[in-house]
Design a protein around this ligand. Structure first.
Ligand code: GLN
Length: 304
């Protein structure tokens, strides 16, 4: 496979979609990011790495962090995580409130906001400092000691927290949040505000391509089954109410964020990260989805 040539072609095709859609504007710190950015990085389990465009520029990973928070929760707590959060697609927007009341405060899955808030609550009960622990793992798994929190984004999320606060308070009223609600929200926002590049994300994603073992780390982080579970949830729930469309077009486990990043996994082979801030109506990067679709179509590699 001539990966550099492949990335050139993808870059060329995806460029037509760069800037189409809308940059997230629910907080000013994200609304300012230029829509024309586009980066792609692929990281193979054998150590090879190929990048193109703005692949070394850090951006707010937003909901892509839900993958890493869940991984840390499973690492600490194992299967009991599933007692308080489901494993089914929601078919609703990522910040929807309606389903939660019908379903007694148990979120459909860990990749919608409500689910990630429960995962964060689990983390607060199992780790003295989940944010530092998450950052330490990401730094070690990527070899980049500079990965950190964008404080401006985290503060801005806190200032505009009404919807996420409503979700958390409602779940607390159902007994599905155990820590202090504000602490859960602050920690959740810190995770959303982690700043990483496509290169970093692709490296971090290798833990899922490698069945729970990161190539840069001695110690296995997840069991093989846990890595399978996360990949399966990324495929079925990782792009919210567009998960069916994403699976149909791309055919890979993928997790998006409203910062415009998407992390995709090809088990046994590689992890791919794309970034372009303009989003479709579901909150997924338009050029990013296009690039991933092109990747699997041109290579013929997907999980199917
Ligand atoms: N910080 C965003 C929120 O909580 C994350 C959502 C996303 O990336 N889909 O609304």
């Amino acid at each position: 496979m001539d990966y550099p040539e492949l990335l050139e072609e993808i870059f060329h095709v995806a460029r037509a979609f760069v800037g189409k859609g809308k940059v997230a504007d629910y907080i000013p710190a994200l609304a300012r990011v230029p829509a024309e950015k586009f980066g792609i990085a692929i990281s193979l389990l054998d150590g090879r790495e190929y990048v193109m465009g703005d692949a070394d520029e850090s951006f707010s990973i937003q909901s892509v962090s839900k993958v890493f928070s869940l991984a840390l929760a499973l690492h600490h707590l194992g299967d009991q995580v599933w007692h308080r959060v489901g494993i089914e697609p929601s078919g609703n927007p990522f910040n929807s409130l309606v389903q939660l009341e019908y379903e007694n405060g148990i979120p459909r899955n860990p990749f919608i906001n409500a689910g990630a808030l429960v995962v964060t609550d689990w983390l607060l009960g199992s780790s003295a400092d989940p944010t530092t622990e998450l950052l330490d793992w990401l730094r070690a798994a990527t070899g980049n000691p500079h990965i950190g929190i964008d404080r401006e984004v985290a503060d801005s999320e806190w200032e505009h927290r009404h919807r996420n606060a409503a979700l958390t308070h409602f779940m607390a009223s159902c007994g599905n949040i155990r820590s202090n609600v504000d602490r859960v929200l602050r920690t959740y926002f810190e995770h959303c505000a982690i700043a990483m590049s496509c290169r970093d994300l692709a490296r971090a994603g290798l833990v899922l391509a490698g069945h729970g073992k990161s190539p840069r780390l001695e110690e296995r982080f997840l069991t093989r089954s846990q890595a399978k579970e996360i990949n399966a949830l990324m495929l079925t729930c990782g792009t919210y109410d567009a998960a069916g469309d994403f699976a149909f077009r791309v055919g890979l486990p993928g997790k998006s964020g409203v910062g415009g990043g998407i992390l995709a996994v090809i088990p046994n082979l590689m992890s791919i990260a794309v970034w372009s801030p303009a989003l479709d109506s579901h909150g997924n990067s338009m050029a990013g989805v296009e690039a991933l679709e092109r990747f699997t179509t041109l290579t013929g590699i997907s999980v199917f």
